[in-house]
Design a protein around this ligand. Structure first.
Ligand SMILES: O=P(O)(O)OC[C@H]1O[C@H](OP(=O)(O)OP(=O)(O)O)[C@H](O)[C@@H]1O
Ligand code: HPA
Ligand SMILES: [Mg+2]
Length: 183
């Protein structure tokens, strides 16, 4: 793919940087309150959740630890392959831990459904999910997500960690990718 003006590759800006940051501060305040007196293990799902994790974590007041799991199911396309592959497992033992999984997006729900099942046997004291974005109309499995930033339409979005073929993760806003880029 050759380089061109990124703005020509996007249609709408769906969620601006300001709205993202405001929402993450709001979610962080709830998380601080809900986990008062407990040490939380934030588990970021690489690579998409890098930006959410960085900004959410810095809005929290309480002690947290951070760990990372790398999984991938989209490859270079816009549809989930349905097959979730572990590329990096956690470094931490989850036994007795209060785990908060941090995700950029719940689309079909297949990634989180697989991850929650994978974590279920690891002995955590609690497991909850925080996702910046969710596409209710794309759900193939229902995910019980306690902390949701924004429900968005069923369109392929990029930015703020979200990629198409590894590009666009560095955009500050979340935008709809123009169909001419991937069709
Ligand atoms: O609900 P789902 O349909 O499963 O989609 C959500 C998942 O897809 C994306 O990851 P991807 O597999 O693209 O890997 P990446 O984070 O490295 O981009 C995203 O970061 C979520 O982890
Ligand atoms: O809409 C999306 N954009 C980028 N990556 C994704 N992974 C799941 N859904 C999406
Ligand atoms: Mg991706």
């Amino acid at each position: 793919m050759e380089s061109s003006d990124i703005r020509d590759e996007l249609t709408d800006i769906l969620v601006t940087e300001t709205r993202i940051q405001d929402k993450l501060r709001e979610l962080a305040a709830r998380i601080d309150e809900d986990y008062e007196g407990k040490d939380v293990l934030l588990v970021g799902v690489l690579k998409g959740a890098v930006m959410v994790m960085a900004d959410l974590a810095r809005s929290l007041r309480n002690h947290v630890e951070m760990d990372w799991m790398a999984v991938s199911s989209y490859g270079a396309g816009t549809k989930s392959s349905g097959v979730v592959q572990i590329r990096k497992d956690l470094d931490s033992d989850l036994t007795g831990r209060h785990v908060l999984i941090v995700e950029d997006i719940i689309d079909s729900g297949l990634t989180l459904s697989w991850l929650l099942e994978n974590f279920a046997s690891r002995g955590a004291a609690s497991i909850e999910v925080c996702a910046l974005l969710r596409k209710p109309d794309a759900a193939k499995v229902e995910i019980d997500c306690k902390y949701v930033g924004f429900d968005i339409p069923n369109e392929f979005v990029v930015g703020y960690g979200l990629d198409f073929a590894e590009r666009y993760r560095n955009l500050r806003d979340v935008a709809v990718l123009a169909p001419h880029v991937y069709s």
